[in-house]
Design a protein around this ligand. Sequence first.
Ligand code: XMP
Length: 518
Amino acid sequence: MTSPTEKILILDFGSQVTQLIARRVREANVYSEIHPFDMPAEAIEAFAPKAIILSGGPASVTDPLSPRAPEIVFKLGVPVLGICYGQQTMCEQLGGKVVPGHVREFGRADVTINVKHPLLTDIGALGGTMKVWMSHGDHVGTLPDGFQIIGTSEGAPYAIIVDDARRFYGVQFHPEVAHTPQGAQLLSNFIHLIAGCGRGWSMANYKDRAVADIRAKVGKSQVICGLSGGVDSAVAAVLIHEAIGDQLTCIFVDTGLLRAGEGEQVEKLFRQHYHIKLKVVNASEEFLRKLSGVSDPETKRKIIGATFIDVFDKAASEVGGAEFLAQGTLYPDVIESVSFSGGPSVTIKSHHNVGGLPEKLNFKLIEPLRELFKDEVRALGRELGLPDVFIERHPFPGPGLAIRIPGEITPEKLELLRAADVIYLDEIRGAGLYNDIWQAFAVLTPVRAVGVMGDERSYDYVCALRAVTSTDGMTADYYPFTHEFLGRVATRICNEVRGIGRVVYDITSKPPGTIEWE
Ligand code: XMP
């Protein structure tokens, strides 16, 4: 196994975006680990970091009970970068002073660069500005001895501070978030130019390490893993299989709410290509029976979630003997809950991911993708040799086609939707547009409309097409297909799918719409 020799230690003070720091370090091809801010001094020494990053956090340094960095952080002689709260506690601990802010500075700000410095290489000229994301109440009021200011903003006079002799650095803003466009560059400058790390860490190393970790954790035990047909669970399964081979059994539940051909594709890939032990459970009848007569979206989700757990539980006990349950949980749950607007979040949809199984199932969990973001999971999937068509798949919701048929679900409607959806995606792939789109799918509306088919009056369903671009699913824009493309799809669907008589294209962005119709 490749063992990283250059490691960055990230001490976490509880910011919701600490994982993004780790992500930026990975992007800079350097290994990092996140540990709690109170990591014992001996453990820090044993870790032997090339540099230390102190994250942001929700506490106020002016509160005497607020967390502090272990003193050893400032004694190891390695570069230290404090971000937001991390900057403030560093200042306080080194003899400076933090003052409570009268106004919270929250959101975009401009930092003026007033000293040329390696930390700001390729970021901006002297006197220029850097767009940053601020989120703080308190700020540094008096600098510790040895520090100087190299960047200021209106709300944060100590926006970027440095002590070159001791190699201590601090930023009041968040360089790790996308809202600070040059933040990744600043972090890369810290890691490469100041800490002197090379670029030795890649997804291939990440994979080797993950494999070794899984082996160490699982030992000789058995693991089961639920496959959803999506990228995340597929990558988790193949990674675990690489680690422990036949100690892994996958379970694939056919809910009857999948797209055309989905079940077969999963079987082919996992059983035939990877030779992974796979149990396929066809539970479509059970799902459809329980959903019959139900038209409320949230009730549908709850029924599907509960039924999935029952079916999976039964399948797992039939497999028997497993101590661990593997899940393809990604980091985005945290991202989803990060509310930059600061307001309490409300439930728009209970995102009942059928891959998410409750603790009561009594397994130990392994979640090898927990630290990764979607695009990194795709990169890992490539590293594991998963075919591109699988890796590039659009996200598919746990409740499947059930939330693409507003109103009651029947087997007939599911068939109509599958037929229309296949044509739509076939045309998208044919036009080479699939990878430009975040998600594309057909919706079978409960509306029927009059038409003429040959010489006869028809009265058939209206199918809606949806395609959106997005970076994270949180906001989205409709995809600007050409009229000619849309016309072709509409003609094919009406001609080839008996029961659909009209096609419309959904041009709603998110917000105000959501991506799915339910
Ligand atoms: P919305 O419709 O909320 O969707 O804009 C955002 C993303 O989440 C997916 N989605 C779900 N995924 N269970 C899931 O696993 C759900 O209940 C669910 N609802 C929406 C949706 O497909 C999109 O990618």
